[in-house]
Every structure is written in structure tokens, then in C-alpha cells.
Write a protein that binds this ligand. Structure first.
Ligand code: TRP
Ligand code: ZN
Length: 316
């Protein structure tokens, strides 16, 4: 949902392109064609929440969780894959074994773009066994899904190739994302120009944390938040505790967003973001109360828009 339009270099460039086009149609001989710059769409938080309610229903119907090796996980994969297939993505399931159970990564490629320069966005789709995992990590999974569906709806054709991923067995030690990275050839690894990670982006007492790994990716997210007037901090709550870590270890530039887990929000953080001081960012972290009630719609909205902004900005 639209909060406000971030005024950025890109937005200014879009205006410049429009002006140049007017002059070009007036046929100024020899004018170089201006590069086309597309602006990211506003992501509908209503749509993102609809995905969360589907993931909640899936957990409820399958013993209360969407954990690795359980029926709720395969149902989650099928839900996300169905949406992507219908939208025109090329989807692939990558299977692996962990703890004697089969796990899956879902990879969705958007046809087109330079496959020697790939921008990836991903999130873990598995929950812990103790709950439905709606903030952890239905939130990132739904935002990445809605961003991918927005790419299709816009028929966005960036210069880079876009790939979206939903990882399995993150909760067992980043198992799915490690498997994916370990099974990439070194040539294919080198083709990934950036990996963006979204794990817990709708915490009910949210902070706005940006990973400080690759400076360009970090700055892209910071630009988005500056444009909507929201302060950010560097993510430090267990740096490396999510699926960007294997990419980073392999030399891929990474970045991402996070709204906090079991750490408590300070008074200084409440002054900048509101919420409750002395209380965890997510009091339901890894527990049975991580349901659709455990979401800040505002945080989910801002971070979903930021995800789309970064995917658009970094791919053209
Ligand atoms: N990945 C952790 C989980 O799924 C949550 C987490 C802790 C996290 N610290 C983080 C996610 C930092 C992203 C960044 O339980
Ligand atoms: Zn978790």
C-alpha cells in the first residue's frame, strides 16, 4: 500500500526520460535514446496478508505447523508454487534430505534478462514445529511471493535476470540454502550479482533493521526507508543466522531486512519507531502464538514495499 512516494535519483531520472522522449518525438537528429528506468510498484499489503492467512490455514489443517518434513511444509510449497506457475514463472523444486526427512527449496525464474547477472530474493518457508510460523517466516515468504507476482503483473523486463527462492529447513541450520549454494557450479555462483534475504519482516513490536553486508544493497534499502521517513538500524541480532549466510560465505553480495526476534526493544528504539520498550520485538518467536495475530501490518507493508523497491532498483 502506498505510504508516500520516495523521491530518489531514479524517480528524478524517470522524469528526465519523459522529457527527453518529448524532445525526441520532436525529432532532434542524433539524440541518443535515453535509458528506460522503471519504478517499483506499490505492493498490496492486503495481498501479502492473504498469503499469510493461507499459510495459517495450512498450518491449522496440518497439526499446527509448517515444519521441515511435515505435511504443512509440502502444502506451503504447493501453495506458493501454484501462484508462481499461474503467473508465468519457471519453477523448480530442489529436494534434499535432513534428519531423515525430505526437504525442498522452491526456485522461480522470471524468463528474460541477462542470466550472467542474476538478482535473487529469498526467504525460508519452513516453520519450527511449535507453531505456524507466520512472522517467522510467513512474512518474508509472502512478501517475496507478492513481489514476484508484481513482477509478472507489470511484465517487468529488467536488464538482469530475476530469481526468487523459498528455502526449506532453515530452522534446522540453514539446510536448504546451504544445499542450494553448495550445489551451484562456481560459474553459476559467480553469475549471482546479489541475494536479498527476507526473514521475519512483520514483527508485532517492530524495529527496522537493514543488513550491513553489501554496501550497494544496504544503501538501496536505506534509500527506500529514507524516502518514507522511517529510521533504520543495522541488523545485529545474530548476524548470519539466516539464509543469506551461505551466499555471503560463497562470495555473493548479500543484503536483507529484519524486524527483530527475541531481543527487547529499547526506549531509544521506541522513540524512533513507537511500540513497547522492554518487550521483545517478537514475543511469539518460535512459539505457538506465532499466528496471523502476531504481525504488524505497518511493518509488513513497509518491508514488502522495500523488497519490491530493491528488486526493481538492483535489476536495471
Ligand atoms: N533466522 C532466525 C530464525 O528463523 C531468526 C533470526 C535471528 C534472524 N536473527 C536474525 C533473521 C537476523 C534474520 C536476521 O529463527
Ligand atoms: Zn525461526
Amino acid at each position: 500500500m502506498k505510504l508516500s512516494v520516495p523521491v530518489t535519483g531514479r524517480a528524478a531520472a524517470t522524469v528526465a526520460v519523459a522529457v527527453a522522449t518529448l524532445f525526441t518525438t520532436g525529432s532532434i537528429a542524433g539524440a541518443a535514446p535515453a535509458p528506460k528506468v522503471a519504478a517499483a510498484p506499490d505492493i498490496s499489503v492486503t495481498n501479502v496478508k492473504a498469503h499469510l492467512s493461507q499459510l495459517q490455514s495450512i498450518a491449522t489443517a496440518n497439526g499446527g505447523n509448517r515444519a521441515h518434513g511435515r505435511a504443512g511444509y509440502t502444502a506451503s510449497i504447493n501453495y506458493v508454487r501454484g501462484k508462481l506457475d499461474a503467473a508465468g514463472f519457471t519453477t523448480t523444486l530442489q529436494s534434499f534430505t535432513s534428519g531423515g526427512r525430505t526437504g525442498y527449496n522452491l526456485i522461480a525464474d522470471w524468463p528474460g534478462g541477462d542470466t550472467n547477472s542474476v538478482i535473487m530474493a529469498g526467504s525460508h518457508l519452513d516453520s519450527v514445529t511449535s507453531g505456524a510460523g507466520i512472522n517467522d517466516n510467513g512474512s518474508g515468504s509472502a512478501a517475496v511471493l507478492e513481489t514476484a507476482l508484481a513482477v509478472a503483473a507489470a511484465d517487468y523486463q529488467p536488464t538482469k535476470h530475476l530469481r526468487f527462492a523459498w528455502w526449506g529447513a532453515e530452522e534446522l541450520g540453514l539446510v536448504g540454502s546451504k544445499y542450494y549454494v553448495n550445489n551451484l557450479s562456481s560459474a553459476n555462483r559467480a553469475r549471482i550479482s546479489g541475494y536479498l534475504n527476507f526473514d521475519m519482516i512483520g514483527s508485532p513490536n517492530p524495529g527496522y533493521f537493514v543488513y550491513d553486508d553489501d554496501p550497494t544493497i544496504e544503501q538501496t534499502f536505506k534509500d527506500y526507508f529514507a524516502g518514507i521517513g522511517v529510521a533504520t538500524e543495522i541488523e545485529t541480532e545474530g548476524d548470519g543466522r539466516s539464509d543469506h549466510a551461505p551466499f555471503k560465505s560463497a562470495g555473493v553480495p548479500v543484503g536483507g531486512l529484519f524486524t527483530g526476534a527475541s531481543r527487547t526493544k529499547t526506549a531509544a528504539q521506541v522513540a524512533k519507531w513507537g511500540g513497547t520498550s522492554g518487550q521483545a520485538f517478537d514475543r511469539c518467536y518460535h512459539s505457538s502464538c506465532d499466528t496471523t495475530s502476531n504481525i504488524s501490518d505497518t511493518a509488513l507493508n513497509r518491508n514488502s514495499d522495500a523488497a519490491a523497491y530493491a528488486v526493481w532498483e538492483l535489476s536495471q
